[in-house]
Write a protein that binds this ligand. Structure first.
Ligand code: 5AD
Ligand code: SF4
Length: 468
């Protein structure tokens, strides 16, 4: 039996980064990544608990492996991520095919646990189950283990050799009433700025041009020890000095208690991209209060206006929840008004999904009917699509700096559009500092370089142009 693994990642960028780190560790242990579960002796699902739908998807996938377990028992199945922490006991008790559950805070143990289970996988009628979920008493060991895992990586995944995620914080203390994250990812803790600096430097030495700093409420980064205190803006200044680093981003920002120094740093530091992903969740103060978000729409707009004034060509992204408990038509209209005011580049929007264990699940009824949630979501996305299209169209004629990622995987506009470069060249894809996706014809050798592209046309999701 070959040492092969299949990994599938659901959910946020944190999960994507965790998966990438696990892939690296498994490869070092001699495992080869394969594209289907059928070919794999180790199967890993990195899961998300933010909405019920995400959990249901994984439960279906796990169920589909039952037959293979009953007939051959020739694989190790590990469920990791937020769902492993939230539903680990159920997974271990009710699903014999699940061998390992590992929560996000113990992900550093996964590769060695998998290897152990792999060596034991055949022959034994009752598989030994490995339960690696976080326990409060283990925090120091977990931090040390996670630090080792984060710092271990030499280069990012093969698909995007020029861009890498770097975690700067773990956990969340905000306890928004609808959200499961603080319950499964634990309390906020900020990594040492020197560790972050070393990790970014190493990645840049190995060819990375763009770093995205990650945290659930990333702008709340706050590290203190005897040498002093570092906030998000301090970290941006520190990392900005790294030679060879071309772009720095950070996601996702929390609007409560927003440290305005961060905007000053964005305005001043040319490598920091003019892009702010700052979820509002709702445009109604009454909803924000019920969501336990600790800011008002007026305060949110202050941040947006300051950022727009100080940071040239800044673009915004937002998250919204439709049909949260008690949301009236009027609340929903206020959300639409906010979207019109901010004119986001793009929005991520979701129907409210009750998460057992959260404050909202206990205290507030899920009282907006499904069809109303659906209609509000569709209306919101429709409005956003219109705004994106209008604002993208206004960019036609301008020249933008684009970091070339490589060939576009699904070629847009088969014949190209009038004025695009030589269509015998491959169609490349890249991003602007403001996170606009740009498609143009160019040579493969441009991958990893920043080029100037004149924008010719636009859809709501993509800009089309030619290299100048
Ligand atoms: N239901 C729907 N959406 C949610 N989000 C978080 N919790 C829930 C929930 N219970 C959304 C928020 C957050 C994004 C990552 O997921 O908009 O910003
Ligand atoms: Fe969840 Fe709120 Fe923390 Fe975001 S800030 S992870 S929505 S609790």
């Amino acid at each position: 039996m070959q040492k092969t693994f299949y990994i599938e990642t659901i959910g946020c960028q944190m999960n994507k980064l965790d998966s990438e780190l696990v892939v690296g560790e498994l490869q070092n242990l001699g495992y080869q990544q394969v594209a289907t579960t059928d070919d794999a002796s180790v199967i890993i699902y990195n899961t998300c608990s933010v909405r019920q739908h995400a959990e249901d998807k994984v439960l279906t996938k796990i169920s589909q492996l039952k037959k293979r377990y009953q007939t051959s028992r020739d694989f190790v199945l590990a469920v990791i991520g937020c769902m492993a922490q939230r539903l680990g006991q159920v997974l271990l008790d009710d699903y014999p095919q699940v061998t390992i559950v590992t929560s996000p805070s113990r992900i550093y143990e996964l590769a060695s646990k998998i290897d152990h289970a792999w060596h034991e996988r055949s022959g034994s009628p009752e598989k030994k189950k490995l339960d690696c979920r976080s326990v409060a008493s283990n925090q120091d060991a977990d931090h040390a283990g996670l630090e080792r895992l984060d710092s271990y990586r030499e280069r990012p995944e093969v698909d995007h050799p020029f861009m890498a995620f770097v975690r700067i914080m773990r956990g969340c203390n905000n306890f928004c009433s609808y959200c499961i994250v603080p319950h499964v990812r634990g309390r906020e803790s900020s990594r040492h700025p020197d560790s972050v600096y070393d990790e970014v430097s190493k990645l840049v030495d190995n060819g990375v041009k763009e770093i995205t700093l990650l945290g659930q409420a990333v702008n709340k980064y706050d590290f203190q020890d005897s040498s002093g205190r570092y906030l998000m803006s301090d970290l941006l200044y520190k990392l900005h000095d790294i030679n060879g680093l071309e772009r720095l981003r950070f996601v996702t920002s929390y609007p409560g208690n927003f440290d305005k120094q961060c905007i000053e740093a964005m305005a001043e530091l040319e490598k920091v991209c003019p892009y702010l992903h700052m979820p509002a969740q709702s445009g109604s103060d009454a909803m924000l209060k019920r969501m336990n978000r600790h800011y008002t729409i007026a305060q949110y707009m202050d941040i947006i206006e300051m950022a727009r004034e100080k940071v040239a060509d800044i673009s915004f992204a937002g998250d919204f929840i439709c049909g949260f408990s008690g949301e009236t038509d009027q609340d929903h209209q206020m959300t639409l008004e906010l979207i019109k005011k901010v004119r986001y580049k793009n929005c991520f929007a979701f129907k409210y999904s009750v998460r057992p264990g959260t404050k909202a699940a206990d205290a507030f009824p899920d009282d907006v009917p499904e069809d109303v949630k659906q209609a509000r979501l569709a209306e919101l996305l429709d409005l956003q699509r219109k705004i994106s299209h209008e604002d993208n169209a206004k960019l036609a004629g301008s020249t933008m700096k684009v970091l070339v990622e490589g060939r576009s995987k699904s070629p847009h506009l088969a014949g190209g559009i009038a004025g695009m470069n030589d269509s015998s060249l491959p169609q490349l894809i890249g991003r602007t500092g403001g996170d606009h996706i740009v498609v143009f014809n160019g040579d493969d050798s441009l991958a990893g370089k920043i080029v100037e592209v004149q924008i010719l046309d636009a859809s709501s999701l993509t800009l089309f142009g030619k290299i100048i």
